[in-house]
Ligand binder design. Structure first.
Ligand code: SAH
Length: 348
């Protein structure tokens, strides 16, 4: 199969075969990768123009009951510094974000048992009461059907839950006993069923992830058809079993972003902080590969430093919600601009 046949398969209505994904992931030369990237960029431009959506990220808690081997917030990590924001602090963040022009608030955190479904539903209701026109996205892990329902009823619009790996054996290498791919997928199915704009995704270059595992992820995403897809390089986190592992590469992350854009023209794909942390100009490179969302950090100073899912996470410069002019200048330099719209997912 030629390069152009593989690329053409991405825009067809039929399921993309395993073999095609494998070829695209493992056998393109530099020239072909550049060509793919510019096609992906053109697809994003066609659907979203030169606008890049911004979402204000509020990291509500660094406590977590889970023990994911890659994540710096895992409960056994004694080096992790813990905090949880109060409802009032979250509301202050939203006020600050609203004043800056944001139209989406993303509440992300570890699976903090103190921030129960009831607590979170109350916070969401409060935000939606004050800012009914703004979107609320949650990224607070695995919950029960009842929990997801309660949060949906409180007004949450979107939910981010990366599947992390669609390969059974890699999933269990990345997570302790008690966590399962089945449950992760069941959560994603539920979220979609309940009407959330649902996001999934995976790290690139996690320990044990090769081409086969990435192919499994792409096949899964093709079935799930998520509204949002979060992709970022794995970066080791201090105090975790993977602290001495090699990070993922920006090149692979960018290639996957381009493939996803070709396959899911209307999806909301962020140029992630992990990418910006791994390489200089990571934000711009992600956009140029076909991403169309940036999530500046709105977590209050003094707390953002403690939300160390991985080492050296960028929280200053254009990664900070307070530095939107800096982000705007970065985007302008590559021919883009901030779009302050809500940027809801539209099924194609
Ligand atoms: N507790 C929530 C939010 C997790 S943080 C949940 O489980 O969904 C959001 C994402 O950060 C995770 O889904 C994971 O893919 C990513 N992440 C965690 N540790 C990372 C690391 N060391 N390097 C890169 N990305 C990481």
């Amino acid at each position: 199969m030629s390069f152009s046949e593989c690329v053409a398969a991405l825009s067809r209505d039929e399921f993309v075969p395993e073999k095609t994904w494998r070829l695209l992931l493992s056998s393109l030369d530099g020239e072909q990768r550049r060509e793919l990237m510019s096609m992906a960029r053109a697809v994003a431009m066609e659907n979203f123009g030169d606008g890049v959506y911004v979402r204000a990220l509020i990291e509500i808690s660094s406590y977590c009951r889970n023990g994911c081997y890659y994540c710096g917030l895992r409960s056994p990590n004694k080096e992790a510094r813990r905090y949880r924001l109060t409802k009032e602090q979250v509301m202050d963040c939203c006020d600050r974000g609203a004043a800056l022009g944001f139209n989406t608030f993303v509440l992300q955190g570890g699976e903090d048992v103190v921030q129960s479904d009831e607590w979170l539903a109350d916070v969401v209701r409060c935000i939606k009461g004050k800012y009914p026109e703004k979107a609320v996205t949650l990224s607070v892990g695995e919950r029960s059907r009842r929990g997801y329902e309660m949060l949906r009823d409180a007004g949450a619009d979107r939910y981010l839950l990366r599947h992390e790996s669609a390969c059974e054996s890699l999933y269990s290498r990345l997570h302790p006993d008690g966590m399962s791919l089945d449950n992760r997928m069941e959560c994603l199915r539920l979220l979609k069923e309940l009407g959330y704009q649902t996001g999934s995704g995976m790290m690139i270059g996690a320990p044990g992830q090769g081409i086969d595992e990435l192919v499994a992820d792409l096949l899964y995403l093709d079935r799930l058809k998520p509204a949002m897809i979060g992709i970022g390089p794995f970066i080791p986190a201090a105090g975790t079993p993977f602290e001495n592992e090699a990070p993922g590469t920006a090149d692979m992350a960018l290639l996957v972003i381009s493939l996803l854009r070709m396959r899911f023209p209307g999806a909301l794909i962020p140029s992630t902080t992990a990418l910006a942390t791994l390489c200089e100009n990571g934000t711009e490179l992600g956009i140029l590969a076909g991403a169309n969302v940036v999530m500046p950090n709105l977590t209050p100073a003094g707390y953002a430093e403690k939300y160390t899912i991985y080492n050296n996470k960028k929280i200053h410069d254009s990664e900070s919600a307070g530095q939107l002019e800096l982000l705007e200048r970065k985007l302008n330099r590559i021919g883009y601009r901030i779009d302050f719209g809500r940027g809801d997912y539209k099924e194609m």
